[in-house]
Design a protein around this ligand. Sequence first.
Ligand code: GRG
Ligand code: 1GP
Ligand code: MG
Length: 234
Amino acid sequence: MTNPWDDWDHVLKVDPDKDLRAGETFEDVCRTGTDAIEIGGTLDVTAEKMTRVVDAAAEYDVPLYQEPSNPGVVIDSPALDGYLIPTVFNAGGPFWITGAHKEWVRIDDLDWTRTHTEAYIVLNPEASVAQLTEADCDLSADDVAAYAKVAERMFGQEIVYVEYSGTFGDTEKVAAAHDALDDATLFYGGGIHDYESANEMAAHSDVIVVGDLLHDEGVDAVRETVKGAKDAGD
Ligand SMILES: CC(C)=CCC/C(C)=C/CC/C(C)=C/CC/C(C)=C/COP(=O)(O)OP(=O)(O)O
Ligand SMILES: O=P(O)(O)OC[C@@H](O)CO
Ligand SMILES: [Mg+2]
């Protein structure tokens, strides 16, 4: 089976709770050359803020995916190509593994054809996502590889996401996850800030995700990371 992300090298994650740089527009954001835009953040996201970003990006060609951090922020929009629903494999308790999901499916009539999951392995203990989910970030490269294998082989996950949100990760751990996977696509996110960091992590993963750089430095800096990802090849 083919999935859209099989052809991606670069994803831009837009946090609806953060502003763009002064003078930059969503048209600029959509023209960075990124393969897809993921809309989501851990803190202070609302359905209203989500809608604002989706509506602003809707008229451009880039595929748009919502990545909700809880069931209350999911929006129903024809502009969305799909929903990427996180599940945190190393969360401190079951709520962020299956609990939130159980609450979501009982309240909504879901469009399963557009609903996909991402198996997160959260590794930066300082990140809001780690704190919210009480993730066990004290993992060796072998632990990370084992989680990746469990996600792919035992839980049928098509995307495994090594998440270092806010900091550049340990390439040995990212490479260990990559080596452990046969078919699933490895997303890496965290601390990518220029051509070099993008190029380096792209060599150890299938898709790199760039987040805060858009809000902190702007679209030109993002464009450099697209080049870094594309130059790494696959
Ligand atoms: C079942 C549904 C619909 C939702 C639950 C989905 C789950 C399990 C969410 C838990 C993990 C999570 C909060 C994912 C959101 C995506 C993410 C990691 C965004 C990056 O967040 P940070 O960069 O840590 O946060 P801020 O930038 O807001 O500080
Ligand atoms: O904001 P950064 O550090 O680029 O992280 C990207 C993404 O993995 C966050 O979920
Ligand atoms: Mg963030």
